[in-house]
Design a protein around this ligand. Structure first.
Ligand code: DC
Length: 227
């Protein structure tokens, strides 16, 4: 083990900024746990939709978030997943990537009770160390004691373009303008909510990936980790 490596690495940033891909890569290269906190908010959103609960019903959504068991485990299949996501034991790894979850996760994650229900679990996992934790509020709220905090961002247009290319590469139909509109809507909700809004921690390193390819982003992030 490299003693120079930081024990807790926090990566935050807006939707489609590439933070999960970066986090997974750093975790794999360092032999650390990769924990993408976004999957927990997605799992709650999926459960809300499955239960037929109106996403604006704060009390019902919060009660559900408090009552469900969400587990994030090492990948059990080689189908491109970074980890397994289990909701009360059911594998919902791919269900949480569906458009209806994309479209509803920001309002669900804005509820204070939902955030509280997930926060303790995230902190417990993070404080064990040797972890790369990814989200919107890791450096500011979940793990303010993180040794390295990276805020990864790019323009909305660049992020929409990357998302568009990913979808087209999977052979699925995609509409760039629609994707851009959704990226901007999520940015707006995530960064203006009252609790734990998306913003860089005061001691975060700002990493603008607009003009960088993925390998260059990895290289810069590693430079910060080795400092
Ligand atoms: O990173 P993602 O797109 O999978 O995140 C899904 C949503 O979850 C995002 O719109 C905001 C929310 N989220 C959050 O509020 N706090 C986090 N730490 C991670 C995600």
């Amino acid at each position: 083990m490299n003693q120079q490596l930081p024990l807790i690495i926090a990566i935050d940033g807006p939707a489609a900024s590439g933070k999960s891909t970066l986090g997974k890569r750093l975790a794999d290269d360092f032999g650390y746990l990769f924990f993408d906190t976004g999957v927990m908010y997605r799992a709650v959103t999926w459960a809300v939709l499955q239960a037929g609960i109106e996403v604006g019903e704060e009390a019902a959504v919060t009660a559900l978030a408090e009552g469900v068991q969400i587990d994030v485990a090492s990948p059990s299949k080689e189908d491109g997943r970074a980890c397994d996501v289990l909701l009360d034991g059911q594998d919902i790894t791919w269900e949480i990537r569906r458009p209806e979850v994309d479209g509803n996760v920001s309002p669900v994650s804005a509820f204070a009770g939902v955030r509280k229900a997930l926060l303790e679990k995230q902190r417990r996992i993070g404080l064990r160390g040797r972890v790369v934790m990814v989200g919107r509020d890791i450096g500011t709220v979940v793990l303010p004691e993180a040794d390295v905090k990276i805020y990864l961002f790019a323009s909305a247009e660049e992020r929409a373009r990357r998302r568009y290319n990913e979808i087209v590469a999977r052979g699925e139909p995609a509409d760039y303008d629609e994707i851009l509109r959704k990226v901007k809507t999520r940015d707006q909700i995530d960064s203006t909510r009252a609790i734990a809004p998306l913003r860089p921690a005061d001691d975060a390193i700002l990493l603008d990936s607009d003009a960088l390819n993925f390998e260059q982003v990895v290289e810069k992030a590693k430079e910060y980790c080795h400092k």
